[in-house]
Design a protein around this ligand. Sequence first.
Ligand SMILES: [Ca+2]
Length: 377
Amino acid sequence: MITLSLSWDPSPAQRLFSTLRNSVRALGRPGLVCLFAAFATPAFSVPVAAEPPPEFPVKIIFDTDMGNDIDDALALALLHALQSRGTCELLAVTLTCPLPEAAPYLAAVNTFYGRPDIPIGVSPDAPKSTENRYLGVASRRGSDGRPLFPSKFDPASALPSVALLRRVLADAQDGEIVIVQVGFSTNLARLLDTPPDDISPLPGRELARRKVRLLSIMAGRFPHDPGGKAYSEFNVKRDISSARKLANEWPTPIIWSDWNVGMAVRYPAWSIDRDFDYVPHHPVKEAYQAYRPTPHERPCWDLTSVACVVWPDRDYFAKSASGRVKITPEGYTLFTPGEGGRDVYLTVDQTQSGRLREVFAALVSEPPHRHRAAGEK
Ligand SMILES: [Ca+2]
């Protein structure tokens, strides 16, 4: 296992990283393959702490299948807490859940956190969802008949997800956007094929290439053991053709947080039970309990894809060497290392997963801030 823990001290960290990088370069491509084979375990990794901190706020589009699993709601709460401290700015939320209750739930959570105007993109023809267990929380009413989680969301005014993606990208500076995709690849695969229109003279692939600095994806399950069993993970399996298109054609760097990473970080039941009682009714706590009540501790799959883009310098994860992800027609995700490759995947060790569990609990349960972050509208 090659995982290094370095505090952010640019000079020695950069020197060490440079030495390691030169050593890896000296091995050449065949050497890299051998190196990967030698360390092809879930913990195979290269140093990540030498990565500089991102420029804040990180401008994020959150592409989610909200409604299928509850970790999407936890990730949305995390994004709001991060925005309140100026770490990120949530520019839009786009859905890959077709249920009509998905956008109203998103709007209710955004309104609860004081940001009712974050645009929401809908995809009524996205892949069929699983059982709808918690989106109905948004329409709950108190004993006086008033909505517990009011919002002004108007379904008629919501843009299709792909149009909203094009609009946000068109308005952005080059290299400014990070997309966090924690559902299916439906929207981003469609974006790639969009032609120029009245939103932008650029086709979708060129818009993505110019405007998206990084794509952070929760999907896949890499067979790390040589000859190990391959798996078709849920976010891939539900729309294999889109996932394959994305893996084949996406034009900018991708960080993959596969099934194993989220499984290693469980959201603490004690936080759900105790930390949200600053209000009588909380749209995330009530959704969690409606989905699968405590003492169940849900894996933090989608939260890891947020954390790795806002805290690349805090040693919460290790990263694989760069390489390329391919997805088979059966939905299996395969990673081949190769210098200069577009893709990396995350790993976590036991210490890192414990730290993530604590920081997720602290931020997801953080009350909405009374004061806006500097510069926030
Ligand atoms: Ca999800």
